[in-house]
Design a binder for this molecule. Structure first.
Ligand SMILES: [Zn+2]
Ligand SMILES: [Zn+2]
Length: 254
C-alpha cells in the first residue's frame, strides 16, 4: 500500500497541516486540514474515511469534503468510526448549526455521507485492506488503526498516551512493519502531555520497551514550534530505533 501524508502536524502554520493520510488514493485516515490540498478529482476518488477520534484537528476536513463532493458522487462516502466518535460528529459538527447534516443530504435515502460504526478489535475489509481498530488512551474516546495490505502491516495510533492496552494489542499481532505514533510535546511539557494525553519523547522511549516488535517508527503530531526540541530529544530517547519525523508530503510504502 501507498500512504501519502497529507498532514501530520499538531497544528497549522506555513507548510503545516493537521492529521490526514491517504491510502492508495481511496482511503482517508483522519480528515484534518491536510485534505485541503486535494483536488476535487482526488477527493472524489475517496471511498472510505477512517476517523480515530472526534477532535477538530482530525475531523474538520470531513465537513469540507462532504460539501465539495455534494452533487458529484453517485455513491455515498463511507465514514467509519466508533459509536462514541460518530455520536460526537452528529451532535457537534453535522448538527445543522456548525455544519449541515450531510448524512441526511440531499435526502435521507441517498445521503452524501453514511456513518459506519465499528468496534475496537473487530477487523473489517475496507477496499483491498483489512482494517482493525484498537482502543488507545486520549482525552476523548479514541482508536488507532492497524491496516494490513496482505504485503505489510501499518499501524497508526492516532493521538495517544502511555497505556498498556496499546502495547498488549500490538504485541498480540503476528506482524508489525511500520508504526506511526504521536509525539506532540518536548519533555519539558511532560505534564501538558499527561493532561492532554499525548506522548513526549522520553515517555515514548520508555514505553517502547514494552513492544516485542521492532517496526520502523514514524513520529507525528509535533506541536508547531516544538519540532526542533522534539527532534533533539528523540536522538537519545529513541536511540537504537529506526525512526523518522514525518513531514507533509511523505510517502510510506507498506
Ligand atoms: Zn486529539
Ligand atoms: Zn490531534
Amino acid at each position: 500500500m501507498r500512504i501519502k501524508i497529507l498532514g501530520c502536524s499538531g497544528g497549522v502554520g506555513p507548510g503545516l497541516r493537521t492529521t490526514s493520510l491517504l491510502v492508495d488514493d481511496a482511503i482517508l485516515v483522519d480528515a484534518g486540514t491536510g485534505v485541503g490540498d486535494l483536488s476535487l478529482a482526488q477527493m472524489s476518488r475517496i471511498t472510505d474515511v477512517l476517523i480515530t477520534h472526534s477532535h477538530l484537528d482530525h475531523v474538520c476536513g470531513l465537513a469540507f469534503i462532504a460539501d465539495n463532493l455534494f452533487g458529484l458522487l453517485d455513491r455515498p462516502l463511507r465514514v467509519h468510526a466508533t459509536p462514541e466518535t460518530l455520536a460526537a460528529l452528529r451532535e457537534h459538527l453535522f448538527n445543522w448549526k456548525l455544519w449541515p447534516d450531510f448524512s441526511a443530504l440531499p435526502d435521507a435515502e441517498h445521503p452524501i455521507v453514511v456513518f459506519h460504526p465499528l468496534e475496537p478489535g473487530q477487523a473489517r475489509a475496507v477496499g483491498a485492506m483489512t482494517v482493525t481498530p484498537f482502543q488507545v488512551l486520549h482525552t476523548v474516546p479514541a482508536v488507532g488503526y492497524l491496516i494490513d495490505s496482505g504485503q505489510g502491516v501499518f499501524v497508526f495510533t492516532g493521538d495517544t498516551y502511555a497505556d498498556d492496552r496499546l502495547w498488549n494489542f500490538l504485541n498480540g499481532q503476528p506482524r508489525l512493519d511500520r508504526l506511526m505514533i504521536d509525539v506532540a510535546f518536548p519533555d519539558e511539557d511532560a505534564e501538558l502531555g499527561r493532561l492532554s494525553r499525548h506522548f513526549t519523547p522520553g515517555l515514548l522511549g520508555q514505553e517502547l520497551a514494552k513492544l516485542r516488535h521492532r517496526p520502523k517508527l514514524y513520529l507525528t503530531h509535533h506541536k508547531p514550534g516544538t519540532e526542533r526540541a522534539i527532534e533533539q530529544e528523540c536522538l537519545t530517547a529513541l536511540a537504537g530505533w529506526d525512526y523518522s519525523h514525518l513531514k507533509r508530503g511523505d510517502i510510506i510504502m507498506s
